[in-house]
Design a protein around this ligand. Structure first.
Ligand code: ZN
Ligand code: ZN
Length: 278
């Protein structure tokens, strides 16, 4: 029977991977050219990174995990909060959002989604850096020593749940239409790869408007250098407002992941890491 659960999971897996491959090829082409001409740091190109297999594993694992969890959690919130238990009702309920937020023009819902998710992610990011036992989950993201666009997906599932997945579910449960993802999705995929890319771009006076590679690469340096600054994912304005913005004039970040030297190099060891050192 086609509708059995393992079959559905396998189909979704295939569907997600099918979508990820062309996007990855496109990003690889774009960043190979950009990193060649505007490198922030000299050294080997991205495809010769020591931990490339680890990053490729995350690159495919994360979208599949995120999609599965997002759908699962949306089913749970619809059932618990809105008492919807029927499959057709569920699809109709989320199809175009619900409540007052879904009445706004779609572009405005998209802007709201980007701004609200970014401010929530800023504070969640600070929570992970806050030294309250959360750091061990986020340390994995900071363990890349050869930072490139491909490092963008290196996140522990706990970090994802208390991060992008949790925030997405919250905003969709609040009523924003999932249709905003038509352009919010591609934007965040491209932009998160972009800020990790080995590029010396600062955007000059627009450095406060949109996060750049130099802005985020400072966040990946050691604590003394700038690892405790630049927490915003998309809009550096949160760092300006809350006093954590740092982009020294005329200086480029040089070394990354030095505080996490003891982190295992492969994905299995990294996923187990937070539970081994409790
Ligand atoms: Zn961080
Ligand atoms: Zn990062």
């Amino acid at each position: 029977m086609m509708s059995s659960l393992p079959m559905q999971v396998a189909l979704m897996l295939g569907e997600t991977i099918e979508k990820v491959i062309p996007v990855t090829v496109m990003l690889a082409l774009v960043f190979t050219v950009l990193e060649h001409f505007w490198a922030c740091n000299s050294g080997l190109p991205w495809w010769r990174k020591r931990e490339i297999v680890t990053d490729i594993c995350y690159w495919f694992f994360v979208p599949v995990f995120a999609r599965t969890m997002r759908i699962g959690l949306l089913i749970v919130t619809a059932s618990v909060i809105f008492k919807i238990h029927d499959a057709d009702e569920l699809i109709a309920f989320y199809d175009n959002g619900h409540g007052p937020l879904s009445q706004l023009p779609l572009w405005l819902q998209g802007v709201l989604f980007l701004v609200l998710s970014d401010v929530m992610l800023y504070w969640l990011h600070r929570l992970f850096h806050g030294g309250s036992g959360f750091w061990k989950y986020h340390a994995i993201h900071h363990s890349s020593e050869e930072l490139s666009w491909l490092s963008a997906a290196r996140f522990h599932p706990v970090n994802l749940m208390l991060g992008t997945i949790g925030v997405d579910v919250l905003l969709l449960t609040a009523g924003i239409s999932p249709n905003v993802m038509i352009w919010v999705g591609p934007f965040t995929t491209f932009h998160s790869a972009f800020v990790h890319a080995n590029l010396n771009w600062t955007f000059g006076p627009f450095r406060y408007v949109l996060a750049t590679p130099v802005f985020h690469r400072w966040h990946h340096t050691s604590l003394e250098q700038g690892g405790n600054t630049n927490f915003a994912g998309t809009f550096p304005i949160w760092d300006v407002l809350f006093g954590t913005f740092r982009m020294p004039k005329g200086e480029l970040p040089q070394e990354y992941g030095k505080d996490e030297a003891e982190m295992p190099a492969e994905i299995g060891g990294q996923l187990a890491y937070p539970f081994r050192r409790s």
